[in-house]
Design a binder for this molecule. Structure first.
Ligand SMILES: Nc1ncnc2c1ncn2[C@@H]1O[C@H](COP(=O)(O)OP(=O)(O)OP(=O)(O)O)[C@@H](O)[C@H]1O
Length: 220
């Protein structure tokens, strides 16, 4: 089902269950510069609910810059981005609060989530029994599982991931990919993720975008 795209726009079309595939992320970036250096130019694409788009490109091309703009973390660009209210991000580093328990790491970000709901998602990612543990006592794989639980417990309409499987060995990377695939299928956010690994992109994504050139543009 995966295909490459150039300047892709998600048309409003029926989804697999006849549900509306109205885009929930619309990106129209005319330019992004750091000082005098223009990093991004003319980037237009959209992502529908339930759709996963992978972003590939060489190191330093501007992938993280693009993700930060889409997430609303960097407002200093020319253009427009439309995004839904409920969004979640997963970074290369799990970015956990070291002095808070596993359960608190979930509930501080999502105060409306009940303890029972938090326990259910922790069980779902394989962290049952570790609710009162502190992040430093978790393996890197477990920390990544907690970061995934934290992202999905809020039922995000939009999910942004920046190389979420980097620095894991092959088996762990495979397990995390499977878990992420399942959570995306259950929650169906509009997902945009960066990876250096084309096989990861082909496994997880419906569409693949590539950034190329200086300043970078989106191409097939
Ligand atoms: N805050 C900043 N100030 C100045 N230049 C920056 C800043 N952030 C990024 N850049 C520059 O913008 C360009 C794009 O960086 P970015 O981190 O987006 O690339 P990337 O494709 O994500 O790289 P990588 O794959 O190595 O993570 C690089 O030349 C980088 O040096």
């Amino acid at each position: 089902m995966m295909r490459d795209l150039a300047m892709a726009d998600t048309p409003e079309r029926p989804g697999p269950a006849g549900l509306s595939r109205k885009p929930v992320i619309r990106v129209d970036i005319r330019s992004k510069s750091f000082g005098a250096v223009r990093v991004l130019q003319e980037i237009r694409f959209s992502v529908a609910r339930g759709e996963t788009v992978a972003l590939l490109g060489p190191s330093g091309i501007g992938k993280s810059t693009l993700l930060r703009i889409v997430a609303g973390l960097d407002p200093a660009f020319h253009g427009t981005v439309t995004r839904p209210d409920r969004m979640a991000m997963v970074f290369q580093e799990p970015t956990l609060l070291p002095w808070r328990s596993v359960l608190d790491n979930l509930r501080l970000i999502h105060p409306d989530v009940s303890e029972d709901e938090a326990r259910v998602i922790l069980h779902r990612v394989g962290l049952q029994g570790r609710e009162t543990a502190y992040p430093r006592t978790l393996s890197l794989g477990q920390q990544r599982r907690l970061a995934l639980a934290r992202a999905f417990v809020g039922q995000p309409e939009m999910l942004i991931m920046d190389e979420p499987f980097v620095s894991l060995d092959a088996d762990l990377s495979d397990a995390m990919l499977s878990l992420t695939e399942e959570l995306i299928a259950e929650t169906r956010p509009a997902t945009l993720f960066v990876t250096h690994v084309r096989a990861e992109a082909e496994r997880l994504a419906d569409r693949i975008c590539q950034l190329r050139g200086h300043p970078a543009a989106l191409i097939a």
